[in-house]
Design a protein around this ligand. Sequence first.
Ligand code: PLP
Length: 409
Amino acid sequence: MSVIQTETARCAHNYHPLPIVLTRGEGVWLWDDQGRRYLDMMSAYSAVSHGHSHPRLVAALCGQASRLAIVSRAFHSDALAPFLEKLCTVSGFDMALPMNTGAEAVETAIKAARRWGYRVKGIPDGAAEIIVADGNFHGRTTTIVGFSSDAEYRDGFGPFTPGFNIVPFGDAAAVEAAITPDTCAVLVEPIQGEAGIRVPPAGWLKDLRRICDRHDVLLILDEIQSGLGRTGKIFCFEHEGIRPDGLVLGKALGGGMMPVSAFLADREVMGLFDPGSHGSTFGGNPLAAAVALEALNVIEDEGLVAKSAELGAYMADRLRGLRSPMITEVRGRGLWIGVEFDPRCVPARAICERLMERGILTKETHRTVVRFAPPLVIESGHVDIAVDALRDILDDVEAELGLSLVEPA
Ligand SMILES: *Cc1c(COP(=O)(O)O)cnc(C)c1O
């Protein structure tokens, strides 16, 4: 049996992978079991922002693994403090709570917000509400999918945790209208990744900041995908010059090596956790801490944030220049770009399959969007390879469909 057959027989079908078997990665490149080389234009949903097997991250991983990997937080380790010191310095928050996956860090944020609501704001016990956005993606736990607006994520998994209130994404007035005396937090992504790289109207975050201040509500941003340089700033909230009260990080924090996540906040909020109130066997383990510290250092040393801004602008320009009648929009920030296809012409997955045949790997999201989120170590020549391949595919599909290039209005 091929490995695809075995995986299909033995692994739950909770994903629909492209038919390719990867065996090796280096920087922006991946290789399959036939020795074919592919350009990675997706970087594991931003978890591989540093590129595959970055030598400094491999060294950090192997070095720490050979000394001390896991101890649990029943004891101190010499690796956790330097990591959190760096993370707090970079983000400007007083304290962090280290976890592993993104969903766990979001759960941590929810617990922190509720405790703050009861103990600081004075919300009656059990009544705290959190406002979230439609189209949100915050992970896959039962609590988190309970406030998803995507039927696919929820179907068959109820009953769900109460206390969440969904309002339209990008609509600050709707947030203000939804706030009650029992609202403890607004929890949103500054740009919605899984929803198709949905960019909110300019000024939305600033408005949310003002509204949250006015009503004594915490503003918590899930920057698991948008954070650590993806949008051309170290954090997406910097585009609007605001600061949230809580920040959720993950994905790239693990340096493309392992799951590392964290919830960050100032002492007023984080101080509400006491021994026994929260935990994770693996959260903050020395191996994760050493890798994540090096991941933060590499972002700085290699100027990856500026690179994301520059090459992202270059790539968006080139994609907008494609001017295909099948493309309805090119949007995004930094090296995080969604190309929206008219589903009457071609499903986004078909474009991804053709890109794969031409040695470019990415994945569609929400059926109509092809996402480009390459490792931030990418060079302009790589961007050209990807955009030129897409150009050729568009030509092919347009010819097959008998479409002619229409001048944009
Ligand atoms: C990926 C993601 C998560 C969930 O992270 P996991 O590590 O898969 O649990 C949460 N929020 C956002 C914005 C994400 O992109």
